[in-house]
Design a protein around this ligand. Structure first.
Ligand code: NAP
Length: 243
């Protein structure tokens, strides 16, 4: 069986880093993207050659990334794109930045990483995804559907828009054999989480934060043949945090 190839954004830490490990363990080749260089302490053998440094908020950088990815695909097939990179800017002391305090520059910055990055990558890598009959997983957030005490207004809007993008793409690309789904994590123990959000653990039905691996395993499921009839879906990974 030919090895399946994943392009994963935001692989340098948190949920993305766990996703690399879970896919590697399942036998996938993982191409990674983040602004930081490959860390030689990382355990997988192809990490240095399969890592691309790039800023997904920057059009030119994304274009270069797509060209570089294309060159590394021997048969021109991509089997999955996981749009995981995201930013959630906070105010001083981790305070949420509301509508009144979000200026034009911040709107643009958040939307360019969290929404335009995924939309652009999906569009530009369509030929490769179609050839591989691949799937896309967008990493959304619990805050795409509710007001959150620590996540800002621009972040929430970007994740709500990402849900709409996933729905649109699933409807449009399904006939071409490409599935598009989303995972919506709740409070997961990573660097993006504020101390305030960490303190919410006791109110979550499972009484703890989630781990990056617990999100990564759902992403793997969505990219696998086990999910062959799952398209346009969104899976919550939030320990039952619905209230
Ligand atoms: N942790 C949670 O509780 C939680 C909850 C809901 C949703 N999520 C979502 O899950 C995803 C991963 O979050 P995380 O918690 O793992 O965050 P994280 O630890 O802060 O990691 C974010 C990743 O995105 C990359 N990144 C950020 N801006 C980028 C850019 N402009 N270009 C390329 N890469 C960029 C970062 O790498 P560099 O800095 O090296 O570029 C890093 O690898 C995000 O979409 C986030 O919104 C997280």
């Amino acid at each position: 069986m030919t090895q399946r190839t994943l392009l994963l954004t935001g692989a340098s830490r948190g949920i993305g880093h766990a996703t690399v490990k879970v896919f590697q363990a399942a036998g996938w080749r993982v191409l990674t993207v983040s602004r930081t260089a490959f860390d030689p302490r990382c355990p997988w053998h192809a990490g240095a050659t399969d890592h691309f440094e790039g800023d997904l908020s920057d059009n030119a950088s994304r274009t270069m990334l797509v060209a570089a990815v294309r060159k590394t695909l021997p048969d021109g097939c991509l089997h999955a794109v996981v749009n995981n990179a995201g930013i959630s800017p906070k105010g001083s002391d981790g305070a949420r930045i509301g509508v009144a305090d979000t200026d034009e520059a911040l709107w643009l910055k958040v939307l360019s990483v969290n929404l335009l990055g995924p939309a652009g990558l999906m569009r530009d890598l369509l030929p490769e995804l179609e050839r591989g009959q691949g799937s896309v997983v967008n990493v959304g957030s619990i805050v795409g559907t509710r007001v959150h005490p620590y996540a800002g207004a621009a972040y929430a809007c970007s994740k709500a828009a990402l849900a709409a993008l996933s729905r649109e793409a699933a409807a449009e690309l399904g006939p071409r054999g490409i599935r598009v789904n989303m995972v919506t994590p709740g409070e997961i123990e990573t660097a993006i989480l504020s101390d305030g959000a960490r303190a919410m653990a006791g109110a979550i039905p499972l009484r703890r934060l989630g781990t990056p691996e617990e999100v990564a395993r759902v992403v793997l499921f969505l990219c696998s043949g086990e999910a062959s009839y799952v398209n346009g879906a969104s899976i919550d990974v939030n320990g039952g945090q619905h209230a």
